[in-house]
Design a protein around this ligand. Structure first.
Ligand SMILES: [Zn+2]
Ligand SMILES: [Zn+2]
Length: 385
């Protein structure tokens, strides 16, 4: 069960700083890590300058828990440091642009990271947290100290000790900061990366695919189950189906307004888009963003969709009693002015499926404008399944 805002401790393990002198008298220092406990853990390489400031994320070889990390690539100028994940195998991230926090299990040296909230894309080391940065400074300081000792040897930073001290309620050292679970922990449908974000919606921080459609489908599937089992009145379900689309849809629009350069008047029009009236939001999305929400939906289904959105207005604002306005706009000849209407299960289920189609078209149109990184999806394909 996913718990919001709970502290997620470090994965533990022992960082080692090894100083060696070869026969020719050359001294070398390397940083490694051993993990002996059973929880998930992963490791990334970070090149730091002599002050411990991160310069870039570096590629490590394949890494298996419970064994010594593979020797990192040589970094001629910078110190090759390491960072380990939290005890769920994820890393906290902080966006330098919007300053928001999230966690992900992907911290690649190869592709740029995407902020799930503001969508900014940059080299991954820009997203290291204050906790990571404090740890890297400490590690670098210990590195210099180890090099300053006259004798060779291994110097340990024991994270197992730190983790157990924190569990015992003791004050952790200044370089330690635990991660924190957020509200929506989702696996990206395109690349398989796991992301844990504040709120419900976010970009996948690896490939940049937005999770709105996935979240809309999860909620509509749940509603369909409730409709099917009689757990919810079909009329109530119609209202909720519209509000699911409105919440996910408004988030897409909010991002487009922020990320797409547009004229002031178009921006104002776009900011007013609500997903309550099909003809209205269809025409506004076309004029502002060239998004075709009714694409590949038959005329009959479009008629039903239009009618159900208008009926939602009747349920929400007229106590379910139809008026002339409804009859005129919907062309519904089966009801008369003043009649109280109700929905049946089949219509509610059909409406839910058609709203999913609208959401898919919205998702397509959104990502035609805000591109996904398809190379990342190819690279992470095995993880998706
Ligand atoms: Zn951001
Ligand atoms: Zn992804």
């Amino acid at each position: 069960m996913h718990q919001e805002f709970s502290e997620i401790g470090h994965c533990g393990g022992k960082f080692s700083i090894n100083v060696k002198t070869d026969e020719a008298g050359n001294r070398s220092v390397s940083i490694g890590m051993r993990i002996s406990n059973a929880n998930p853990a992963s490791l990334i390489g970070v090149a730091v300058n002599s002050d411990g400031e991160p310069v870039r994320i570096t590629r490590l070889g394949g890494w298996v828990a419970n064994s010594e990390a593979e020797k990192p690539e040589p970094e001629p100028v910078f110190i090759q440091a390491l960072l380990a994940s939290d005890r769920t195998g994820m890393f906290g991230h902080e966006c330098p642009n919007c300053e928001k926090y999230w966690r992900t299990n992907s911290f690649s040296a190869i592709w740029h990271t995407v902020c799930p909230y503001c969508g900014v894309r940059a080299a991954p080391h820009y997203f290291l947290t204050q906790g990571h940065r404090a740890f890297l400074k400490n590690l670098t300081q210990r590195f210099h100290e180890a090099l300053g000792y006259p004798d060779d040897g291994e110097h340990i930073i024991d994270m197992d000790e730190v983790v157990s001290a924190v569990q015992d309620g003791k004050e952790p050292p200044a370089f330690y900061k635990a991660d924190e679970s957020q509200q929506t922990n989702f696996k990206c449908k395109k690349c398989g990366t796991r992301n844990d974000v504040l709120g419900r919606y976010g970009f996948c921080s690896s490939c940049g695919y937005r999770n709105n459609l996935d979240q809309i489908e999860i909620q509509l599937d749940d509603l369909k189950k409730r409709i099917g089992t009689g757990n919810i009145n079909p009329t109530e379900a119609i209202k909720l189906i519209v509000s699911v689309l409105d919440s996910g849809g408004a988030d897409y629009v909010k991002l487009l307004v922020r990320l797409v350069p547009m004229t002031e008047s178009r921006r104002k029009t776009a900011e007013r888009i609500k997903f309550h009236n099909l003809d209205y939001f269809d025409s506004e999305l076309q004029s502002c963003f060239d998004i075709q929400v009714k694409k590949n939906i038959s005329d009959d289904d479009q008629t039903l969709l239009k009618r159900m959105f208008l009926r939602r207005h009747v349920y929400e604002h007229c106590g379910g009693v139809v008026d002339d306005e409804y009859i005129k706009r919907s062309g519904d000849v089966d009801v008369r002015n003043g009649q109280e209407i109700r929905e049946n299960m089949d219509t509610a289920l059909k409406f839910s499926s058609l709203v999913t189609k609208l959401a898919r078209n919205l998702d397509d149109g959104f990502h035609e404008i805000i591109p996904i990184n398809h190379e990342v999806i190819q690279m992470l394909k095995p993880r998706r399944n």
